[in-house]
Design a protein around this ligand. Sequence first.
Ligand SMILES: Cc1cc2nc3c(=O)[nH]c(=O)nc-3n(C[C@H](O)[C@H](O)[C@H](O)COP(=O)(O)OP(=O)(O)OC[C@H]3O[C@@H](n4cnc5c(N)ncnc54)[C@H](O)[C@@H]3O)c2cc1C
Length: 341
Amino acid sequence: MISSKEILNITEFLKQSGLSYEADLDLKEFSYFRSGGLVKMVIYPRSMDELQRFVKFMHEKQYEFKVIGDTSNLMFLDDVTYGVLLSLKHFSSIQYNEEEGVIVAQAGASLPLLSRQALLWGITGYENFEGIPGTVGGGIFMNAGAYGPEIKDCLIKVYGVRANGEKFELTNDEMNFAYRETLISKHAGEYFITHADFKATKGDTQRIFERMELLHAKRHKYQDFLYPTLGTLFAGTEIYSAIGRDDKKYTLMLRVLERLIFSKKLRRERPMNKRRLNDFVCKYFGWTFDVKPFSDKTMNCITNRGQHTDKILEYIELLKKHLPETARLENEIIYDFRYKD
Ligand SMILES: Cc1cc2nc3c(=O)[nH]c(=O)nc-3n(C[C@H](O)[C@H](O)[C@H](O)COP(=O)(O)OP(=O)(O)OC[C@H]3O[C@@H](n4cnc5c(N)ncnc54)[C@H](O)[C@@H]3O)c2cc1C
């Protein structure tokens, strides 16, 4: 929680230090999911020195703030006013050091751009990241990945600033990479990633291109591109079978329906659309929604169709009750970092 007096102190510090920031932004316009109330300040350091000074100041004053990337995994809550966000959007360069065989990408650079840049350089290993709509920093934080490969597979070393303002370096081993988890995500708020060294393994450009094309097309089949979403809701979970795993009748009906609706013959030539399967699940369990909180392409993905985020939270809770305890929420709901007048 941060107060109006503390916001005034921060503003004074930013002005004195010449750091750029924006005040009173509407998160419905700013955030990827187009949700949330206002945010009092978003800070945009332009250099390592500015970042260190800001982080140190906040640490000494014990003021809380949250670092963000493209917010493509974050749900801000409607009617909540948040305090301070730190954006590294000016840390956006991606460079290829051919002599050392290393790509150096800054935290605020886009992950899809890194993937496309690698294609231009004829470097393989980044094909699968083209459709992950976040930043390099956000991707490293949670070890993002798709169709198998993850950030950990191409990362050499991470650099940044710790909460006390001191610089840090972490090797791939030291990052303790796991499925959608890292040392940094386990200690959220302690490490601010500024850039990273990545492997630069030369590959066949045509093959890289073909793989990217294939994965790009695949994504359009199972992912909503019209309503704002946050990607997968529960990581590593086959949601349709998991929600009724102990119910034999449901499991049997699901199998039959999946065969009927998604037989290869019917599916050919048209995007996979799970609307009918979703209707079956809702009818079976007696779930009704004024506004659908999930995607027509999968119930494992929330969609913003203009409803209040409370309704989306209700849906998440509903799913949690039906899913095994091991099902892990991948999207991050932002309950903290609030502003109080
Ligand atoms: C349509 C869609 C498809 C998606 N597909 C995938 C997918 O295939 N695979 C996948 O893994 N994810 C996927 N996601 C989820 C999301 O894109 C990833 O989690 C992505 O890595 C988040 O990056 P971001 O920059 O948006 O981070 P944000 O959402 O802004 O932040 C995520 C977390 O990272 C932290 N963070 C961000 N930057 C830094 C930094 N510089 N230093 C320290 N911490 C930082 C934040 O504090 C936050 O806790 C998808 C999302 C959408 C909307």
